[in-house]
Design a protein around this ligand. Structure first.
Ligand code: GDP
Ligand code: MG
Length: 400
């Protein structure tokens, strides 16, 4: 693979594309792929956050949406006593089909989990997160059992573990061991849930003040694994950009769909690209590139939020962005220019594909347009992912 940049397109991807090309006319496959792409992009995801009052539900709802200041406009109110039985939906800031629901607290002693779940319309949620802070409560277990009996999934989150660790650090100066404390808490929750008849409870320890610490990674991996296929993609994109591994996962999730997108865009002729005997639907590319930018939090408002959170100047963060496109207005004109520039790379790419498979007739024509799109999106994704990583590193870097 001499003439190709191996970092942009991997051997496995080339194989995948070859397989698709061998199956016949790429463009004819476009319609069907477009449908599945739509399903993936617009998959609704409704996540319910429940638990006792004060357990940290609203704080979690904010943190998972990337909101770090609970006073921000559109943030869930935290530290207030709940009075209503109404669940409140908080749409993800960039992907509106994903909603995190802040459910009413389950406080009272004569709590009836069945009635509660009916009142909050349990059937609309993909899964429940039960938040519990401090001691394990009987009500949490009752609720868990009822959710399970209604055929829904739940994940048990023991919240505010930063407080537990901190307290222990103060009180047990000599014997303090963070891992032991965390294991103790986890075992205690698991045992209590088992006692209540839940065989294989999934317990995660979190702190909303330090979201990327403790079991956050494991929890997010479990959720991703257990979600139905068409919801995995949108779930990944909605994760807050709080760590380098998350950025890398987003890059991989987006990368997976590039070849489908390329087929779809070459299947629909719209604006011919000057200098190229191909046509592709530029609006799909514009939409996709804007999506990348939002997913990586490099749009202007996300950059502002990040800068505020770490007390940095937004221009300082912008200064490490290398891609000349990221901060520009992404529109059809820009994409057409890029497509023409990307033509050289993509021609080498299509030659490379063609050297190993018989590319004939319409496939050859479609193949070039396909390769151009594929090449350009891959290049942009690589650049923007690297920019996102540089920006995050810059944000968390302590002042010199
Ligand atoms: N130390 C610590 N405090 C938290 C955490 N999550 C929430 N809190 C605090 O716990 C209180 C109750 O949180 P809130 O989200 O309003 O709970 P809700 O009633 O379940 O919605 C607030 O004062 C939060 O700031 C956490 O992870 N660590
Ligand atoms: Mg609340």
């Amino acid at each position: 693979m001499d003439s190709l940049d191996c970092e942009i397109i991997s051997e496995e991807e080339v194989q995948e594309i070859r397989d698709a090309l061998e199956d016949g006319d790429l463009c004819k496959a476009g319609e069907k792929l477009s449908e599945s792409l739509n399903e993936i992009e617009n998959a609704p995801l409704n996540i319910a956050v429940t638990g006792e009052s004060g357990s940290g539900k609203s704080t979690y709802v904010n943190a998972i949406r990337g909101i770090h200041d609970d006073d921000e406009e559109g943030a869930a109110k935290t530290g207030v006593t709940e009075t209503t039985m109404e669940p409140i939906a908080y749409p993800h800031l960039q992907f509106n089909n994903v909603k995190i629901w802040d459910l009413p607290g389950i406080g009272s002693p004569n709590f009836k989990p069945g009635d509660y779940l009916k009142a909050v319309e349990f059937s609309r949620y993909d899964f429940f997160i039960i938040m519990s802070s401090e001691r394990f409560r009987h009500n949490d277990m009752e609720l868990a059992k009822e959710i399970k009996s209604m055929g829904k999934k739940f994940y048990f989150v023991r919240s505010k573990v930063d407080s537990d660790v901190h307290a222990s650090q103060k009180r047990r100066k000599k014997s303090f061991n963070e891992q032991n404390i965390l294991n103790e808490i986890r075992d205690n929750c698991t045992q209590n849930l088992r006692k209540g008849g839940i065989e294989d409870p999934q317990v995660f320890l979190l702190s909303c003040l330090d979201l990327d610490k403790y079991d956050f990674n494991e929890m997010q991996e479990t959720l991703e694994r257990e979600l139905p296929n068409h919801k995995k993609h949108i779930f990944m994109l909605c994760l807050p950009n709080i760590s380098l591994p998350i950025l890398e996962k987003k890059r991989k999730a987006l990368k997976k769909n590039i070849w489908i997108l390329s087929v779809v865009s070459c299947g629909v002729a719209a604006i011919p690209v000057p200098g190229l005997s191909v046509a592709c639907d530029v609006s799909i590319l514009v939409k996709e590139m804007i999506k990348y930018r939002n997913a990586f939090g490099l749009n202007h408002s996300s950059l502002e939020t990040l800068a505020n959170r770490f007390g940095k100047d937004v221009n300082e963060l912008k200064s490490v962005i290398k891609s000349p496109i990221v901060l520009k207005e992404i529109n059809k004109e820009l994409v057409v220019t890029l497509l023409s520039r990307g033509a050289i790379g993509s021609l080498m790419f299509v030659e490379y594909l063609a050297s190993n498979i018989p590319v004939v007739g319409t496939v050859a024509a479609g193949g070039i347009s396909f390769a151009t799109t594929y090449w350009m999106l891959s290049r942009f994704l690589k650049d923007i992912a690297e920019d996102a990583m540089r920006v995050l590193k810059k944000a968390i870097e302590s002042p010199v």
